[in-house]
Design a binder for this molecule. Structure first.
Ligand SMILES: [Zn+2]
Length: 265
């Protein structure tokens, strides 16, 4: 039988081998040892032509010798981005499957759709799909400065771009203008899309933009923003982890600003 990679979850924790520096994922043969305690099992895609399965095991399962459970965030920078992205997909599918066992409209037990990633109610035909919540992120540029803010739950000294959930009825641009106005009281224009990233904590799609400062004096939103200020691109504070979309957005923008300034001065 062809090999498989197993993403085995207990809650939101993933099973890996014990090595701190180079943990590995269990493969096809491992499944025999957990067959009796599998709660759910989905095929989630391929990694390097190897089929990947998302499996959830019951809470009372204790990893056998040589294995441990760990949070996905601890594997950033350890596994490559394609694998992290697949595990993130697996985590969201398992969580969705767990929380959509019953129809939210009539309460009957759902069944799996044959071809789509969907749950179908056999009684009222209502379909449920995995949820994706768009989050807009904006990095505001003013000459050779960028506006960064910190929320109270950030690591000490760390600053990042402005971000917030898109609300129903909003375009991404509308959400970005609103979030920036609410969080730091600034108006922007020239919104440019940069990139996006799935962020499975729990089911966000981060959509990152750069934008240009127009007007307004920074007033941090109480409760949400602990501090916000302009940073010269040559004197940046502690920034988010390099795999985060926030950091990629900041690095990309800072590189562009420096290149422009170098050309002009
Ligand atoms: Zn129903």
């Amino acid at each position: 039988m062809a090999n498989q990679l197993l993403f085995i979850f207990q809650g939101n924790q993933l099973l890996v081998t014990n090595s701190e520096s180079s943990p590995a994922l269990p493969n096809r043969s491992f499944v025999d040892s957990i067959q009796s305690i599998i709660l759910r099992d989905h095929q989630v895609g391929f990694y390097d032509h190897v089929l990947c399965r998302a499996i959830e095991v019951s809470d009372d399962y204790i990893p056998k010798a040589g294995y441990r459970f760990t949070g996905l965030r601890t594997l950033f920078g350890v596994f490559d981005e394609q694998l992290i992205s697949l595990i993130g997909r697996a985590l969201q599918i398992v969580e969705w499957d767990r929380s959509h066992q019953y129809c939210s409209k009539c309460g009957n037990e759902n069944t799996r759709h044959e071809h789509e990633l969907a749950k179908v109610c056999p009684s009222c035909s209502y379909r449920s799909y995995p949820r994706i919540s768009p989050v807009v992120m904006g990095l505001i540029v003013r000459d050779n400065e960028i506006l960064l803010a910190r929320s109270p739950h950030f690591a000490p000294g760390m600053y990042s771009a402005i971000a917030g959930f898109c609300e129903v009825g909003e375009s991404l641009e509308m959400a970005l203008h609103r979030e920036i106005k609410e969080e730091v009281n600034v108006a922007v224009d020239n919104i440019q899309y940069y990139t996006s990233q799935s962020w499975p904590f729990p089911h966000s799609l981060m959509v990152a933009f750069t934008c240009r400062y127009v007007s307004g004096i920074i007033i941090p939103q109480p409760e949400e923003i602990e501090d916000a200020k302009w940073f010269n691109v040559d004197a940046l504070p502690l920034l988010p982890h390099p795999v985060s979309v926030a950091r990629k957005l900041i690095d990309y923008t800072v590189t562009n600003i420096k290149a422009r300034y170098h050309a002009l001065h």
